[in-house]
Design a protein around this ligand. Sequence first.
Ligand SMILES: Nc1ncnc2c1ncn2[C@@H]1O[C@H](COP(=O)(O)OS(=O)(=O)O)[C@@H](OP(=O)(O)O)[C@H]1O
Ligand SMILES: [Mg+2]
Ligand SMILES: [Mg+2]
Ligand SMILES: [Mg+2]
Length: 349
Amino acid sequence: MSYDKQLIAAKKAASLAARLCQKVQKGLLQSDVQSKSDKSPVTVADYGSQVLVSFVLQRELPSHAFSLVAEEDSGDLRKEESQETLRRITKLVNDTIANDGTYNVSPLSEADVLTIIDCGTSEGGAIGQHWVLDPIDGTKGFLRGDQYAIALGLLDEGKVVLGVLACPNLPLESIRSQDQNALNKAGCLFSAQLSCGTYMESLEGSPPVKVHVSDTENPEDASFFESYEAAHSSHSLSGAIAKKLGVKAPPVRIDSQAKYGALSRGDGAIYLRFPNKGYREKIWDHAAGYIVIAEAGGVASDAGGKPLDFSKGRYLDLDTGIIVTNQKLMPALLKAVQDSLKEQALPSL
Ligand SMILES: Nc1ncnc2c1ncn2[C@@H]1O[C@H](COP(=O)(O)OS(=O)(=O)O)[C@@H](OP(=O)(O)O)[C@H]1O
Ligand SMILES: [Mg+2]
Ligand SMILES: [Mg+2]
Ligand SMILES: [Mg+2]
């Protein structure tokens, strides 16, 4: 089955959302940032991006049933004190649609914006097709001026069949490049479709090039990625695993699913993610990255070696953590992970 039409729509949606995010990141105001009930940050750009992606997908695929599992909801924006924020989001969305010029529509109202945000409340699951969206993955990175991604995947019967990662601050060249000019040219779009490979192009639309994960078999040559935020993933555990495996290079800390994108083109060879016990991973934090890696020849699994299961609803039910690498390194990585987890579980003498 081909998902060509959906892929074109997904690339358009993520690129337009990236434009809105770039504009907001340039002139971020303190009033643009709010705290959600779980204390995590959310900005006008998270909401605006979710509206644009949902709007574009429905416009581009009018004859397709539309189901969306997305991170944000309109609850906080419906409160009296959020009226100014809602006005700002509505203006950002309307300006981005008007500047793009593809859609000849009258401006969205604030009520339209709230309704479109709430299109993202689907539960997903193992039946039918569901879009999975993180409108800004790495909001903390976005606020710091660092890496973030607009991450959009499509599930069909519980499997990820396509994924797009727009990474406005990721250079087109490897992040290991020393060439400052190359590093200044930022803005990558990764896209993958089941059995068709992973491609990268610039956000401005350069010809797509096929990418492949690093093929190193030697952990001494491998570098590993982990979350920038220590609260999102145990840096000490990944350090212990890397040491056991024989990795020489220091960790590379990047926010968001930009890690999956950078790994898919071989900027590093391993991604380790070990959240605190009790944290439940959401499908939108991994769906797009999962297929971007798989189609580039890599593997992502839980810390027990099982493939990630996106068919269970909005959460991924996981064994301990997520590990990503190429096919050749996976057995050794899995062993180092298992041994380190066992050691960590032992009471210290
Ligand atoms: N406690 C905890 N543990 C693990 N993960 C958490 C935690 N809290 C948040 N999150 C999720 O992490 C998403 C950000 O991605 P990363 O962790 O890869 O990036 S970062 O380097 O830490 O910013 C981030 O995604 P966004 O909310 O979309 O930014 C969260 O979903
Ligand atoms: Mg996220
Ligand atoms: Mg997010
Ligand atoms: Mg968030």
